[in-house]
Design a protein around this ligand. Structure first.
Ligand SMILES: Nc1nc2c(ncn2[C@@H]2O[C@H](COP(=O)(O)OP(=O)(O)OP(=O)(O)O)[C@@H](O)[C@H]2O)c(=O)[nH]1
Length: 370
């Protein structure tokens, strides 16, 4: 009997022990339970306060168009840029103001003129004229005589108007040619600004497909003044770009289309083929009204030889003389006109966007002598 009581007590104690152990285990587990994260339909595990609509809309950039300077005041504004060439004017005036003009003085005058790239024949003509006039008009002011003779040498009677209008409502077509690096693309961009300043509507053709950067460069020039630039694939056919641009110009009824071209001087036949084709293709739509040859004033005689090749390939009607600001050789204006029989119509006097000016013989000589 005692054994039965003892067994019952032990069994009760074991049951009690099992109950206590299980109870503690459940208690321990419930203490480490983590509440599930709060989720919102369609917002998987998003932080509770994230605002999905807060991403700002990309700002729409409205380009501000520039207002280019009117052409009339440009050559006067840029007068000081001719300071390099001004040495010629000052030198000549200094020599001509001497009391006695002996042979040595005349020789020094000749050297100055030749050094400024005026060319041999025009130098001799000018010296001859100066000698005669100063002898005959004894009391004449040397400055007045020199000014008149320099203006005559540059020939104020030449027609320097840019032909930028077409007939019968068609656009004027300006074909811009010249060796790479002379400032051709820059001149096309600056010319577009001159036309815009005169309230003309313009389309540009990036037909220099040889150098991809030239089309990008032109794109930027156009963007700044709200002018459309037609371009083609790199290495594509320049004539096809020129055609597309002129077609666009005709369809839109714009005033002027300006065509930039590649100026690879690989050989005369290649150049003739390329420029000839561009011109022919354009003229299926509208006549070319101006062929502008861009020449770098700092290249002297070398530039003149290149210019001659271009003038034999296309009928050049005007010259844009660039980088005259960096040259002490303003006499190149005379030399190039004599060699090609074509007037200088525009001069580049710096890298600023409005540093291209219509050329005027009187204002140019005044700048040289100031
Ligand atoms: N100082 C000065 N620099 C100029 C003038 N005109 C152009 N330039 C500079 O000459 C360099 C060549 O100009 P571009 O227009 O690229 O020459 P490009 O003839 O079109 O050359 P390609 O595109 O290779 O055919 C640029 O750095 C221009 O800023 C000017 O009148 N004065």
């Amino acid at each position: 009997m005692e054994w039965v009581v003892l067994a019952a007590v032990v069994a009760f104690a074991l049951v009690l022990l099992v109950v206590v152990v299980l109870g503690l285990g459940r208690l321990g587990r419930s203490a480490t339970t983590v509440a599930p994260p709060r989720t919102v339909p369609g917002d998987v595990l998003a932080p509770p306060d994230a605002d999905v609509d807060a991403t700002p809309e990309p700002a729409v950039v409205v380009p501000t168009l520039e207002r280019p300077e009117k052409p009339a005041s440009r050559l006067i504004r840029l007068r000081q840029r001719l300071a390099g060439s001004g040495a010629l004017g000052k030198g000549l005036l200094g020599l001509l103001s001497r009391d006695h003009l002996d042979e040595d003085t005349w020789e020094a005058i000749e050297d100055l003129l030749l050094g400024a790239d005026i060319g041999v024949a025009p130098t001799q003509e000018l010296v001859e004229q100066l000698r005669t006039r100063l002898r005959v008009e004894g009391s004449a002011d040397a400055r007045t005589v020199l000014r008149e003779e320099l203006v005559n040498l540059i020939d104020p009677t030449m027609d320097r108007a840019l032909h930028v209008s077409g007939a019968d409502g068609q656009p004027g077509i300006v074909l811009v040619v010249g060796v790479n690096g002379t400032g051709k693309t820059t001149t096309v961009g600056k010319l577009a600004r001159i036309l815009v300043a005169e309230d003309r509507s313009v389309v540009l053709a990036a037909a220099d497909t040889f150098r991809a950067a030239a089309a990008d460069q032109l794109g930027t020039w156009g963007e700044r003044v709200g002018v459309e630039v037609i371009r083609g694939p790199e290495g594509g056919d320049p004539a096809s770009v020129a055609f597309d641009a002129v077609k666009e110009g005709v369809d839109r009824g714009v005033d002027t289309v300006v065509v930039d071209t590649a100026g690879r001087l690989q050989n005369k036949a290649g150049l003739m083929d390329e420029l000839g084709k561009v011109k022919r293709v354009i003229e299926k739509l509208a006549p070319v009204t101006e062929v502008l040859l861009v020449l770098d004033a700092t290249t002297g005689q070398n530039g003149l030889i290149q210019a001659k090749v271009f003038s034999e390939v296309v009928d050049v009607t005007g010259i844009a003389l660039t980088k005259l600001d960096g040259s002490a050789k303003g006499g190149i204006v005379v030399a190039v006109q004599r060699q090609l029989g074509v007037p200088v119509k525009l001069v580049g006097l710096g890298e600023g966007p409005d540093d291209l000016a219509p050329f005027d013989a009187g204002a140019f000589v005044d700048a040289l002598l100031s």
